[in-house]
Design a protein around this ligand. Sequence first.
Ligand SMILES: [Zn+2]
Length: 244
Amino acid sequence: MSEEYREIAYWAVVQELEPAADIPLTRLRDALPEFLRNCGDPRKAGGVLFACLSEIPWQWPAWDSFAKKTGHESLSTINLAVSRMRPNEVLKAASLTQLRRLCGERNVIHLSRATKLALVDALLKDTSAEVAAAIVLPFRQLLQREKNDKCRQEMARHMAYRILSVAHARERFDQLSDRELLSVMRFWKFHWCGHTDIDAPKSCRRFDQRKLERQEASVVFPALPCSYLRCTCWISAERAGASR
Ligand SMILES: [Zn+2]
């Protein structure tokens, strides 16, 4: 695949990032060469994107509905879940070292071999709800940051994957639209990759194996890749015969 398609796809996908005003174009531009070098491996390429956007509260709106359907976490579900955690749950997520340090700061006496659970109990024993909330606040924020980072890493990996499939689909579309090819193969046939996305108005599944004349196909078939983030459905050129 030519680099040109990958570059166009890169910009098509990263422009969906929000909040747009907080995403510096220069950083995205600087990261592009390394992204392109690694884009055969979505994990590495995603890592390049993730690093390039570090310290920015970015989000990819396309991720939310995808995450809901596929059981992934999204920033909003994470933040809601963390905000609802009880103080003892927040502290249990901290490390033993962190809890020991906190005991030291708060002059809470504990055995040197005390378990995490014992330390959490000792820290929260006889504290009012307000005090408990204040004690756990930094831990809650830390937990939220860690979980958000993990989620963004996953989002970045899927963005890299998406960029590659957008590039593939565009290049293929141009190849299929070639005049010479069309003079011999006037039909396009749709191939569904197997994903389900029942919410999409034009679900790829409904078009599987449909063969239409190019003109009609370019209007009727879903634009690829479809809104499902891992869509790898594809179209082939065919000689003759419309089958529905
Ligand atoms: Zn699809």
